[in-house]
Design a protein around this ligand. Sequence first.
Ligand SMILES: Nc1ncnc2c1ncn2[C@@H]1O[C@H](COP(=O)(O)OP(=O)(O)OP(=O)(O)O)[C@@H](O)[C@H]1O
Ligand SMILES: [Mg+2]
Length: 279
Amino acid sequence: MAMNKGKAKVEKKDLPVIIELEKVSKTFVSPTGKVHQAIKDVSFKIHDLPKIGEFIIFLGPSGSGKSTVLNIIAGLIQPTEGEALFFGKPITEPGPDRGMVFQSYSSYPWLNVLENVAFGLKLRGVKKSEREDAARHYIKRVGLEGKEHFYPKNLSGGMRQRVAIARTLACKPRVILMDEPFGALDIGTRTEMQDLINEIWESIEGTILFVTHDIPEAIYLADRIYILSASPGTIKEIIQVDLPVHRSREIMRSPEFSDMEEHILDSLHKLASGGEVRL
Ligand SMILES: Nc1ncnc2c1ncn2[C@@H]1O[C@H](COP(=O)(O)OP(=O)(O)OP(=O)(O)O)[C@@H](O)[C@H]1O
Ligand SMILES: [Mg+2]
């Protein structure tokens, strides 16, 4: 697990801020002209923990703006008000420093596994031998060795998501944005993928922002959990997950884990019923 997990020894105030949202609001106008405020005054700062990064999870009801927040950080959409900053600079467009893994399998059906994983590097002009070496490294890392010449249609859902993760990792982004990356997987494959992320997380030098609806998944993976409320989405609670550095599945049976699970469930229930939660 990430080396910073459970260790609050780094003085964060002295570290650069990798991602900052400053009173970010986003209003959408539907094709029929209806105006909808998706998020309102969302503010947070994520520091750049050297060589470690942090694992941040966004939890919240459907429509609370989790994807909107990630899309703004990815540079796919712009805030209506406020600012989203990457190392202090406004985010205006997507960039290789911020990699995204979507819920639906975002591999290219006409490219094989090797070409899919090497694709981001190809776009960046990395020469063929170099990008294929890097792709093979990450294919191995996500457990797809031997499948280099398979096409997505010959892979299971879990394998396709491994391809998407390997492609993102191959570009070594400083920030990895994952929007319900395991949402379409069956429970067994989902568990496998959580363990994969848990395992490779240690060697990724980046910050992960991850959206999920699955509370145990959130606690198992996160350093910190941001809970959003809906209509318009705002951050209602920030939970520091002070579980041990190296986590294994057994931790899910610990009293600390159950307490946290219960607390989050309670918070989400309160939000669903229109109540307030502790800030
Ligand atoms: N392009 C768009 N045009 C109009 N409305 C949008 C657009 N994108 C999002 N919205 C609206 O903004 C709100 C927040 O959407 P968002 O997708 O960020 O929620 P979410 O928390 O990711 O939900 P879910 O958990 O269902 O994925 C929703 O009410 C949604 O309908
Ligand atoms: Mg979403």
